[in-house]
Design a protein around this ligand. Structure first.
Ligand code: ADP
Ligand code: ADP
Ligand code: ZN
Length: 215
């Protein structure tokens, strides 16, 4: 299964993707996680990406397109993948089509999660992220069993650099301008399912599964 999760920062893409990887045994490919890993490791890629990320801007298309192209050819993507946070521009979506074509693959579905701006700000300011596995928690909506500790891997939870209110507002603006055109892009291709992301995590999950005809 080849799936894209689309939606503004805080819509719940990562939360849903993590649940789907377990259910379907296919990897989550989150460009944000990959980029944060590179920043932490201090690689060339990380040095290139950091300033854009801290400013709430997009990392240049060529850079992310290169990452995804390579990642999709790895062995664990044989049975499918869940793209989370990619594509974010029309240029990225076009490049993805090209890559999939050369791999002889096709997208099965694009699920767009819709959430109001005020709710997004509340979700992102309260988000806590696992340093080790990238899982997201929330101080109110999805609390870890032990404070500041990841339920899955025991890693330390931290607040992302870009999850502060001024940067969040910028990222929401970037989504509206550069990413939201993809809704129509995939609608035209007949691939889009729009879901109301303003429901409890488990309810959103059920509707995602229905959209994938696996519910
Ligand atoms: P969120 O989950 O809050 O939407 P991500 O973790 O997906 O955020 O992305 C964090 C940051 O990483 C983005 O603000 C951007 O700087 C960079 N980034 C992630 N994915 C992409 C992409 N596909 N294109 C360009 N920049 C990206
Ligand atoms: P994205 O990957 O789209 O940026 P996340 O999955 O990281 O979004 O979710 C953002 C924050 O909102 C996290 O703190 C997460 O725990 C929380 N969250 C996710 N889905 C829901 C939901 N349906 N209701 C309430 N909070 C949610
Ligand atoms: Zn963890």
């Amino acid at each position: 299964m080849q799936l894209i999760l689309l939606g503004p920062p805080g819509a719940g893409k990562g939360t849903q993707a993590k649940m789907l990887t377990e259910r379907f045994g296919i990897p989550q490919i989150a460009t944000g996680d990959i980029l944060r890993g590179a920043v932490q490791a201090g690689t060339d890629l990380g040095r290139q990406a950091k300033a854009f990320m801290d400013a709430g801007a997009l990392v240049p298309d060529e850079v992310v397109i290169g990452i995804v192209k390579e990642r999709l050819q790895e062995d664990d993507c044989r049975n499918g993948f869940i793209l989370d946070g990619f594509p974010r521009t029309v240029a990225q979506a076009d490049a993805l089509q090209g890559t999939l074509m050369t791999l002889g693959r096709q997208l099965d579905r694009v699920i767009s999660l819709t959430v109001d701006a005020d709710e997004l700000v509340e979700r992102l300011t309260g988000r806590r992220t696992c340093r080790q596995c990238g899982r997201g928690f929330h101080v109110k909506f999805d609390q870890p069993r032990v404070a500041d500790q990841c339920d899955v891997c025991g890693g330390e939870l931290y607040q992302r650099n870009d999850d502060r209110e001024d940067t969040i507002r910028k990222r929401l603006g970037v989504y509206d301008q550069q990413t939201s055109p993809l809704i129509e892009y995939y609608q035209r291709g007949g691939l889009l399912t729009e879901l109301n992301g303003m429901q409890p995590i488990s309810a959103v999950q059920e509707q995602v599964l229905v959209a994938l005809q696996a519910g």
